[in-house]
Design a protein around this ligand. Sequence first.
Ligand code: CP
Length: 319
Amino acid sequence: MNKFISVDDVTDIDALVAKAVSYKKDPFRNSALGKHKRIGCLFLNPSMRTRLSTQIAAQNLGLDVIVFNVGSEGWALEFEDEAIMSGSTVEHVKDAAPIMGKYFDILAIRTFPSLKNREDDYSELFINQFVRYAGIPVVSLESATLHPLQSLTDVLTISENMRTAGSGKRPKIVLSWAPHVKPLPQCVANSFSQWINAWGRAEFVITHPEDYELSPKFTGDAAIIHDQEAALEGADFVYVKNWSTYNDYGKIYCNDPDWMLTREKLALTNHAKVMHCLPVRRNVELSDEVLDSADSLVTEEAANRVWAAQAVLAEILNG
Ligand code: CP
């Protein structure tokens, strides 16, 4: 593996999940793999889980880790080609990225979308410019449209909690839109859809209010149902996430609290396990009673971030 930006960089999802499981069982079995090598983790936007789990994963492999909060502590970067830099940006990525390519062996980057211009966000300009100019492997810590380390974690967590394992029956996974107080990116929902489709081991349903369609590039053949209760029937996993509108880009049309997942709605499912990437707005996206119940996998899911990151970094170190 020479970069990790989307599921397209993975040749065998099950093998990568198995690798993550092997690190979960024995975190230090490859503790010399990254010896005398260094990863730079650049954050243009905030993070807790991604930042900490990636650092732990890198350290488990013996990598030296430097975290740089570029967004708050670095020079303001310019990403547009041929920009006339007479505004607020100070340094072009064309100048900064090759230097990072000299300092580090792996570059990991978190960027968010603007949610103002869909074409710009969906071109993935920021992370692609780092890939283009750094000259070393680039790992996405979440980009404008995707969050692949989260999605690998989610497939791992589902695999570990599949009651249907060995029965030949595919689990029903429902991605359910949730209300939120501010417009959020589509990254997690796009990426989850992309990975579940590529994995191909589940019946996949997406439920959201009308006008919240995601890009068909990511939803693929998933069944889209606007009646949340109908969608939840018989579900084995419910993945809860808010996203802002994709078509009339970056808007909130609906904040209907009826879309929050509650215990009553969970009763429609097949004793479904509940997932969320976190951070979560309690009693807006998910009720306390669901989050604090034995049905919630959110802490287990966040803990699995370490093993997913470790599997990816090991693949990259192995070339
Ligand atoms: N799920 C996730 O990416 O969490 P952070 O934003 O805290 O990294």
